[in-house]
Design a protein around this ligand. Sequence first.
Ligand code: SF4
Length: 497
Amino acid sequence: MSEVSEACGVFGAVCSENKPVFPYLYWGLLSLNHRGQQSYGFTTWHEGKFVKREDLNLIPTDAREVERLARALKGSVGISNARYATSGRSGKRHLQGGKQPLLITSKGRSISISYNGNIVNTDKLRIRLRKEFGRFKTDADTEVLAKQVLLSLERSGSYESAVGHVLDEVEGAYSVMILDSQDGFHAFRDVHGIKPYCFAKRDGVVAFASESPALNINGFEEYEFVNPGELVSVSLDCEIRRSQLRKPEPALCSFEFAYFSRPDAVLNGTSIPVYKIREQFARPLLENYSEKLRKNDLIVSMPETADDAAYGLHEITGLSWERAVRKNRYVTRRAFISGKDDRSEVIDKKMNIVASLVRGKSVAVVEDSIVRGDTTKINVGKLKKAGATRVDVYVTFPQIRNPCFYGVDMSTYGELLGAKMTPEEISRWMEAESVNYQNVEGLVKAIGLPQSSLCTACVTGRYPTPEAQRVADEIRAKYFEGVSEHGKRIYERRAKD
Ligand code: SF4
């Protein structure tokens, strides 16, 4: 269980005939809270003005608070965002400043912007944009993206040519929605389509979302995907205009399938829900590790993203599957009154083992992925303490050896267990009998998309964008020479231009 965080979830909608947009926004964003829990925000357009409500923490579920939001957020068109910060500093002041949607004005034009992803060449863009707009108010890359959009609009006039310019200039992952004071609603996606993005139209409402369950909850059964490199504009009477501005070079994040996306989501290019793909991860694991699996008496999965793969393995091996590892979701860092921020202690208190099920048994543990490895290590230790005679770990996502610069919070080599150790060393470190990773071929086969249309950079070290590749090569060389990464998000180092 990785316990790494994703950048954001986005939801927006345009309703015709003055239908209120807030209920769509609320249910849509609530369905995406797993993509970001540090802050949330809503912006609507009402009587010629933007209305904003935002705060830190989770989207409220208290009825009075939701009613207050509904009363304030009038209008028929709006956008929203549930954020986890993968750019900018993480202190409270910076999280406040980085909340989305971000409202920004220049030369009489205001745009409100909500996006999911991460900009890789943010430093270079900042230097250029500072000359046009002066000092930045936040250290979040949302402001960089918003200012680049405004500048491109000033220079180009139309959304088609402005967004085309943004696609050329901005490197990274971005699924974007914009409300424009002069020009309605627009959605676009980077040419690689690294983050998921879908939309649907029904009964005079057009809605856009990071993942399809946010559309389902609002009554949309059929949906389409915003293509990589595409702009989708929606008029206030819900007419959709699609413009393929740049040739798609798809590189959808493969980690979405193993860990981030909701199990009931359907992502671009696939026709089955994510949970079915997770079940399919079991087949190549069995093909590669049948000898070891023969030594195991039962399957145990790390809740909750590994459950579907464990079920798949149970189905094809006939081994019994016991959900003997249980998680108490209410144990968080905030629960530690001393204020001591001890991650290991939080994990230890959070997980419980049903000892009677594993005592005297050889256990096959199914994990979705290993990033820092501390959660898996603690659970292996707990299983052994509970009396398991043998623990073999089967990991549905391949060994993560390289950082991600596209909005998953693992951007340095130093924090990645897989960058420092072989599987044999990892199994010794976590005192398991073996650690058995999915291979890339198995991952790709289970997803069912060509490898050329997936990002697997954190596994293979081959990045879909050039600046990310350059930075990864540079810091890899330095890291293995022993130069400290200073624990900083590496794409935020000052550009040397
Ligand atoms: S580097 Fe890994 S986590 Fe990041 S976008 Fe690519 S596949 Fe996803």
